[in-house]
Write a protein that binds this ligand. Structure first.
Ligand code: NDP
Ligand code: 13P
Length: 336
């Protein structure tokens, strides 16, 4: 039995922790809210984030990070990107105090606002190398709402340390949940972060009444942009043809369970971004990630028309209709 501390008690942290608890692993969740930890441990529910879901009887949560981490073999971060650095700082203090060495993993899908760093880079800046044996990312097509219901799901775990990926693969696997491993940490992180931008666009198209042709065009051309950025940042291009790439793009770009997709639909109805974020009540990573990616376009001399147009629509007042027209009437070119 592996002892796993899951840091973060939103929808995805709860769904992953619940999967491992059902598999018989020794799981302790950490929530920064004592009331929520009490609800998870006592009632086996997390009504705010997974309404109606009944969690495994063995699942426990605490608001004391040191207690969650004590004796853990694996520590898994599942907080939004903007909270990763702060949580990593707290964890570093605890691991240092305990002289403890763990496998580190995260399941977040974004880039840091100011630095544009990937999540594993932020964690590696905060947690000293002697406190962990490997760093892995859980990526791929997986909405928490579907996972907690036991819907069939396949994900990918990326790490340059195969032993770190393996320990997570074994802790998570069951007949409904099939994790694959790969060694492309960079590509697995970027696939997860970048598809959120395209998913917002996909929601906008549906909100505007367009159909499957339009969605297929956007997702396919969006994948070309994701691959360009990935290659510029050192990812393996093949990763974007796998679960962490096209797999996640399909589910996030087409499922109404996606927060990013739903945000696109809501923006197309004319709601301002602040209202969309408030009404969602859960993190919409793509609206922040897009800021980093428009900077990458200049920094690495890339051509990212969809990303650039979505940025203009979300932040610079361009209408969706104008954005679509700009994209459709660009100079004609060969498919690349
Ligand atoms: N939801 C999903 O299906 C999937 C999500 N992901 C990714 O997982 C990450 C987390 O997403 P998700 O679970 O959906 O997010 P949610 O918005 O559902 O939950 C976020 C959780 O993190 C907590 N949190 C926020 N800031 C802090 C902080 N500074 N310290 C401690 N806890 C904090 C929130 O607490 P509070 O209630 O106080 O705000 C909440 O419990 C994201 O990067 C997302 O892209 C990846 C795959 C699937
Ligand atoms: O990454 C996800 C599914 O794989 C979750 O996407 P959303 O954050 O858009 O819900």
């Amino acid at each position: 039995m592996t002892k796993i501390a899951v840091l973060g008690a939103g929808s995805w942290g709860t769904a992953l922790a619940n999967t491992m608890a059902k598999n018989g692993q020794n799981v302790m969740m950490w929530s920064h809210k004592a009331e929520q930890a009490k609800e998870i441990s006592g009632q086996k529910t997390n009504e705010r984030y997974l309404p109606g879901a009944k969690l495994d009887d063995r699942l426990q949560a605490t608001a004391d990070m040191a207690a969650a981490v004590k004796g853990a073999d694996v520590v898994l971060f599942v907080v939004p990107t903007k909270a990763i650095r702060e949580v990593a700082k707290q964890l570093a203090g605890i691991l240092n105090e305990n002289k403890q060495q763990v496998v580190l993993a995260h399941a977040a899908k974004g880039l840091e606002q100011k630095t544009h760093l990937r999540i594993s880079q932020m964690i590696a800046e905060e947690v000293p190398a002697e406190a962990y044996t490997g760093l892995a990312v859980i990526s791929g097509p997986s909405h928490a709402e579907d996972v907690v219901k036991g819907d069939l799901t396949a994900i990918s775990i990326g790490s340059t340390n195969p032993a770190a990926a393996k320990v997570l693969q074994e802790a998570l696997a069951n007949a409904h949940f099939r994790p694959y491993t790969n060694t492309d940490l960079v590509g697995s992180e970027l696939g997860g972060a970048l598809k959120n931008i395209i998913a917002i666009g996909s929601g906008m198209l549906i909100g505007k009444g367009f159909g499957a042709n339009a969605q297929a065009a956007l997702l396919t051309r969006g994948l070309v942009e994701i691959r360009q950025v990935g290659q510029a940042l050192g990812a393996e291009p093949e990763t974007f043809l796998g679960l962490a790439g096209i797999g996640d793009l399909i589910v996030t770009g087409m499922s109404p369970n996606s927060r990013n997709y739903r945000a696109g639909v809501a923006l197309a109805s004319g709601k301002p971004l602040a209202q969309v974020e408030e009404e969602m009540g859960m993190v919409i990573e793509g609206v922040n990630t897009i800021k980093a990616v428009v900077d990458f376009e200049k920094e690495y001399d890339l051509d990212l028309p969809i990303t650039r147009t979505l940025y203009q629509v979300i932040y610079e007042g361009k209408t969706i209709d104008q954005g679509i027209n700009d994209l459709m009437t660009r100079p004609l070119k060969a498919e690349d």
